[in-house]
Design a binder for this molecule. Structure first.
Ligand SMILES: *Cc1c(COP(=O)(O)O)cnc(C)c1O
Length: 353
């Protein structure tokens, strides 16, 4: 008896950008670091080099730490920016709210997230003003930080002007600015601006710079442009179980990513794959694009029979993320052939409906 042959190789194609593996350059650096005995806990040349490269990318003498994942990076960074009686203003669909299982509140000993609304996954200055001005009394947790996601959960990006407007609102109310940059590289690729112009130059105090989705197996860098906030941060990481004893393995892939601009090449490739996917889907009946894609994910409403038919052919994508509809996420590893095979399958399914 023969089983039906699936139309595509098994895999997780468009489910997320964390389904991809290490990119070759990050993997090669990891292999190079796997030689001999090396000092532990970050006192090694790989860690020093990774920090140096991050400082070069941002053109800033930032203080840098490495964490295993984004939840830890965000939570610990936010905890360093707040007291427990403070609040953090963030978008209602931000990852810190919807996908971190309360870790920001837990690691900050109870700092409350206040949820704001905003078009296309972005916070604007008016929402910040309203949230701060609504209550200023002692009974309400005192706003202290604005957290923005770049690129956003809806695959949009904050422009330099968007961020300057948020920064002005922060300045007016004495708020600090945190950036969840799990897809920071995709935002830089989409905007075509130097990294400094969407971080410290527009008042970002701390950036959680994503390595995992950009081509590493794991690891995020916490980049303190405001060095005062980094005081004692090393202890916070250690207590939270985020100090790697064999730090070279967390640091070396960064060297592979950052040397020769691989991080940006990877992000450009992921965004381009999403652009190709978006253009293809736009032409298929039974598919309605949601919003305008700017980074590496496409959101679309598919006729339910059509999305079931595509899944039956072996394609993977989520439909519970962001603003509803289906999310098709591309990564550095997404190939044109994969995008074209998917589009061909959706087209042929749509033709039968
Ligand atoms: C993936 C992601 C993170 C990090 O998630 P972890 O699973 O904790 O590594 C953070 N923020 C956003 C917006 C993400 O998409």
């Amino acid at each position: 008896m023969s089983l039906p042959v699936p139309a595509v190789a098994p895999g997780c194609q468009f489910a997320s950008d964390n389904t991809a593996g290490y990119c070759p350059e990050a993997w090669a650096a990891l292999e190079k670091a796997n030689v001999g005995t090396v000092a532990s806990y970050g006192d090694d040349r790989w860690t020093a080099r990774a920090c140096e490269l991050i400082r070069e990318v941002f053109e800033h003498d930032a203080e840098i730490f490495f964490a295993f994942n984004g939840t830890a990076a965000n939570s610990l960074a936010l905890a360093a920016m707040c007291q427990s009686y403070h609040s953090i203003l963030c978008h209602e669909i931000s990852h810190v709210e919807t996908d971190e299982c309360g870790a920001p509140e837990f690691f900050s000993n109870g700092t409350k997230l206040l949820l704001l609304q905003g078009e296309r996954g972005k916070l604007g200055p008016d929402a910040v003003h309203r949230a701060v001005e609504r209550r200023r009394d002692i009974h309400f947790p005192k706003p202290r930080v604005v957290s923005v996601t770049q690129a956003t959960e809806l695959s949009t990006v904050y422009t330099v002007a968007d961020l300057a407007a948020v920064r002005d609102a922060c300045s007016r109310h004495g708020l600090r600015l945190h950036m969840d940059g799990s897809r920071f590289a995709n935002a830089v690729a989409a905007l075509g601006v130097p990294p400094r112009s969407i971080t410290w130059e527009v008042g970002v105090d701390v950036l959680c710079f994503g390595g995992t989705k950009n081509g590493m197996g794991m690891g995020e860098a916490i980049v303190f442009f405001n060095r005062d906030l980094a005081a004692e941060f090393a202890w916070r990481c250690k207590q939270a179980g985020q100090l790697a004893s064999k730090m070279r393995y967390l640091a070396a892939p960064w060297v592979g990513l950052l040397e020769n601009g691989v991080w940006l090449t990877n992000a450009v490739a992921a965004n381009a794959a999403a652009a190709r996917l978006e253009a293809g889907l736009a032409k298929i009946s039974g598919v309605e694009l949601i919003g305008k894609r700017e980074a590496n994910a496409v959101f679309a409403r598919l006729d339910p029979a059509l999305s079931s038919a595509a899944r039956a052919k072996g394609w993977k994508f989520y439909d519970f993320i962001g603003a509803g509809g289906c999310r098709f996420m591309c990564s550095w590893a997404t190939t044109d052939a994969e995008v074209e095979a998917f589009l061909a399958d959706v087209r042929s399914c749509a033709a039968l409906m």
